[in-house]
Design a binder for this molecule. Structure first.
Ligand SMILES: [Zn+2]
Length: 137
């Protein structure tokens, strides 16, 4: 005699699978629109990406500049970098930023907030409730 109902078995099977299989819409990484002009590279949709990530534009700019090992600045909705860079190279840096400061390590969703507790920053997920310390804030 067992008390396993069909529904319960179904629930357990569902729990064993990654959550986002059932939530449908997987987060789609925004695609960097970059062009080179002379000896500069411009991310045309910089602000758009910042808005999707819901992060501070200066924080993201600082990170990307560090990763690209160049100088540059935000000009309106665009970001301008010294030097010529391939769009795929920049995309890789944007991905790195998202992995470090935007996407929840548990459920991979971008519905996160950065909280500060004492001297430590946390990435708090509004979708699944996970909380992870951020290393280099
Ligand atoms: Zn999450």
């Amino acid at each position: 005699m067992t008390d396993y109902t069909y529904e319960r078995l179904l629930d357990e099977a569902r729990d064993a699978l990654p959550q986002n299989l059932f939530d449908g819409a997987r987060f789609e990484m925004p695609k960097v629109k970059a062009i080179t002009v002379g000896n500069k590279t411009i991310i045309k949709n910089f602000r758009e990406i910042v808005n999707i990530f819901r992060r501070d534009e200066n924080h993201m700019m600082k990170f990307i500049l560090g990763e690209m090992a160049t100088s540059g600045n935000i000009e309106g909705a665009q970001a301008v970098f010294q030097g010529k860079f391939a769009p795929t190279f920049i995309q890789d840096k944007v991905q790195k930023y998202a992995d470090a400061y935007v996407l929840c390590p548990e459920c991979k969703k971008p519905d996160t907030k950065i909280d500060k507790e004492g001297r430590i920053y946390f990435l708090r997920c509004e979708a699944c409730g996970a909380k992870h310390p951020i290393k280099n804030m």
